[in-house]
Design a protein around this ligand. Structure first.
Ligand code: DGP
Length: 122
């Protein structure tokens, strides 16, 4: 899938719409989800134009990938959720129900999150 410059996170990165910023590094930006599912719900995105984890893992530089993973860890520490635990999750593509076509990692925490996913209907 080609990158869509009009996606909402591209607009946040360009400063065209605001975000509640939590953390910023050379290659990554973290901000609060507009529709939080848990007491802590932060999105971490690369600044580069990557559609998904598939695109990012194949095409981003080592520096971008390292920066992104470090940013995810830093956000969890900054939000105070390391001791009790938390969840990181990235929805990818149609089956993953990805709504915004710019790679983002959800960081969920601040409560007991329960089991990871519901058992599938076979
Ligand atoms: P998904 O692509 O399904 O992994 O989820 C996209 C998430 O992005 C969803 O939890 C809501 C969030 N979101 C959508 N639009 C905005 C926005 O304009 N600002 C912020 N902060 N979050 C947004």
């Amino acid at each position: 899938m080609a990158y869509d410059d009009d996606n909402i996170f591209a607009k946040i990165l360009r400063g065209e719409i605001p975000c509640d910023k939590v953390h910023e590094t050379e290659h990554s930006l973290a901000f609060r989800d507009i529709n939080p599912q848990t007491p802590v719900h932060v999105l971490v995105i690369p600044k580069g134009k990557y559609v998904s984890m598939d695109d990012f893992s194949a095409n981003a530089s080592d520096a971008e990938q390292a920066d992104f993973m470090r940013a995810v860890g830093a956000v969890a520490r900054m939000e105070g959720i390391v001791e009790n635990g938390y969840r990181v999750l990235s929805n990818i593509g149609r089956d993953g129900h990805q709504e915004v076509p710019h790679l983002h990692m959800h960081v969920f925490g601040g409560k007991n999150l329960g089991r990871m996913i519901k058992p599938i209907d076979k």
